[in-house]
Design a protein around this ligand. Sequence first.
Ligand SMILES: Cc1ncc(COP(=O)(O)O)c(C=O)c1O
Length: 401
Amino acid sequence: MLNEKNVQLGKVRSEIRELFEYGKKRKAEIGAENVFDFSLGNPSVPAPPEVKKALEDIIATVDPVVLHGYTSAQGDFNVRKTIADYINLRFKTQLDADCIYMTCGAAASLTITLNALVNAGDEVITFAPFFPEYRVFAEHAGAKLVIVQGEEGTFQIDFDNLARALSPKTKAVIINSPNNPSGVVYGEKTVEKLCRMLEEYGKAHGVKIYLISDEPYRELVFDDSVKAPYIMNFYGRSIVCYSYSKSLSLPGERIGYIAVNNKMEEYADVYAGVCGAGRALGYVCAPNLFQQLIARVYDKTSDISVYKRNRDELCAALKEYGFKVVKPDGAFYLFVASPEPEAKAFCERAKKFELLIVAGDDFGVKGYARISYCVSPQMIKKSLPAFKALAQSYKLCGGEK
Ligand SMILES: Cc1ncc(COP(=O)(O)O)c(C=O)c1O
């Protein structure tokens, strides 16, 4: 008999993928420019020019046998040291190369970290709305994913809900700020309170709770007044799962890292667990060419001003049309309240206006839909009449176009 769980996982496509496939079909029928595809989180701005330059230089100058060869499993030492030094410079930490483990993106960072930490029966808490793959990753590592609903309307952490969810079985808490799908960012007070609560609960119950910060969107914060605090400065048992997929527009290249906080007393064992889990999952090493690239462009980002402009334009228009929008401070997603109780019905209706948006149900929240606005500014402009017509179909705004 096959492993039924995996067979099911392979057969059932996520709602997002279903919609993406529908979009491909629809684009073939009526032309790509007439379908407003807000389904996927695929960056729409190119990687910064430094990426191409560095890649060309690496290929021209590094011995190909070395460049295309294995690195050590946790990643090339110099690459890891460069990243650790950069984190120290930015966040006043004291990491060294042996706190960093190079991965194939945030998904790999998360699966490795969860496999390093959990035993069968452990619980992993996360806050809704959340990235749906957390359930797959946590359950495959043997844990139960416990969902804590965020504060209605703001989707900040609801600490009463968190207090009810903590249990002696809690092994880890995953946060994702800036958040997919809401774009919400947790400020310093929130992070401080969360860390205090985990610290106190852990002490009171004699358990070690790890805080995993899933950070593919760290660099995508648009306003100077908004800061995404670095969790290592607030909590010893913390692990950062980072990725360059979105910040450098390299999602297909699969490159990121895990950073283990060396302020926790069992740091060496946790890092060994990460190395062991990476080994057991068969990762061998992250792609060498892209490790070398990161050592040269670790401090660069794509032109995120495009996403900021998209956000501002789309948010303003949606509000004007009568939609209720959760304020997105980062990432490139926007959570909009469904004008009818079932968000899936709302998204189906949106399709009639060639708008492809994803129901929030998959993200653990009912009554909302996600709009991925990592599209071209022209697409935002062209889609506005369709959003307006959708609003009019619910009588949210007047009939004039
Ligand atoms: C919240 C979140 N975590 C993890 C990932 C996985 O990112 P990566 O492409 O780096 O594996 C994504 C991708 O969209 C995401 O949105």
